[in-house]
Design a protein around this ligand. Structure first.
Ligand code: UDP
Ligand code: MG
Length: 197
C-alpha cells in the first residue's frame, strides 16, 4: 500500500451475526457517501469466482470459523483500491485480535471510530433463521458456532477499540428505522465536530 493510504478514513462496523450491521451499513453508505466493504460478502464473492482459495473459504464459513487474515485483508485492499473512494465502512472485520493487528500493520490504517451494534443472542438467532438468504451458515448448528466465535474472538476487538475511546455502542434490538436514527446521530455528531475544528 502506498503512503497516501494512511490518510484514508475508515469506520468499522461490529456486531454479532444478525445484529443488523449489513442493513445499517447500506443506509450509512446512502446518507454519508462511504464505500461499504463487507468482509463476508467479499469472501462469498471469492468463493463464487472459483478462486483456488474458494473451497477453503467455503469450509471455514460453513463452520463459522475465521478465514486467515491474509486472505481477507487482500480482498479488502483490492476493493479499497478499486473503489476510488477514500471513506470506507468496513463491515464484519476485524473479527479477532490477529485480524486487527495484521490489518493495521499491513495497511497502516486505524479506524476513526467503531460502531458496535449491541443485540441479544435470542434476537440475532431469530433474525438469522428468518432471513432465508440461502446462506450455508444460517442454520442453527453454525449459528451457535458463530455466536461462540463472536464472544470469544470478536468481543476482545471491541474491547480493544473501546480502550482507545473509539467505540460507539448502538442498541440494535430496535426496529431498522429506530436503529438508523441512532446511527445518524453518531455520524452527524462526527461531522459537526470536524466542522467546528
Ligand atoms: N468471515 C471471516 N472473516 C471476516 C468476515 C467473515 O472469516 O472478516 C467469515 C466467517 O466464517 C463468518 C462468515 O464469513 O462466520 C460470515 O460473515 P458475515 O459477516 O457475512 O456474517 P454475519 O456475521 O454478518 O452474519
Ligand atoms: Mg454481515
Amino acid at each position: 500500500m502506498t503512503d497516501s493510504k494512511s490518510a484514508l478514513r475508515i469506520d468499522v462496523s461490529k456486531g454479532g451475526p444478525g445484529s443488523g450491521k449489513g442493513t445499517q451499513c447500506a443506509n450509512i453508505v446512502q446518507h454519508f457517501g462511504y464505500t461499504h466493504l463487507s468482509a463476508g460478502d467479499l469472501l462469498r464473492a471469492e468463493i463464487k469466482s472459483g478462486s483456488e482459495n474458494g473451497t477453503m473459504i467455503q469450509e471455514m464459513i460453513k463452520e463459522g470459523k475465521i478465514v486467515p487474515s491474509e486472505v481477507t485483508i487482500k480482498l479488502l485492499q483490492k476493493a479499497m483500491q478499486e473503489s476510488g473512494n477514500d471513506k470506507f465502512l468496513i463491515d464484519g472485520f476485524p473479527r479477532n485480535e490477529e485480524n486487527r493487528a495484521a490489518f493495521e500493520s499491513i495497511t497502516k490504517i486505524e479506524p476513526e471510530f467503531v460502531l458496535f451494534f449491541d443485540c441479544s443472542e435470542e434476537e440475532m438467532e431469530r433474525r438469522l433463521l428468518n432471513r432465508n438468504q440461502g446462506r450455508v451458515d444460517d442454520n442453527i448448528e453454525t449459528i451457535r458456532k458463530r455466536f461462540k466465535v463472536f464472544l470469544e474472538s470478536s468481543i476482545p476487538v471491541v474491547e480493544y477499540y473501546d480502550s482507545k475511546g473509539k467505540v460507539r455502542k448502538i442498541d440494535a434490538a430496535k426496529s431498522v428505522e429506530e436503529v438508523f436514527e441512532a446511527v445518524k446521530a453518531i455520524f452527524t455528531q462526527k461531522y459537526e465536530k470536524a466542522a467546528a475544528v
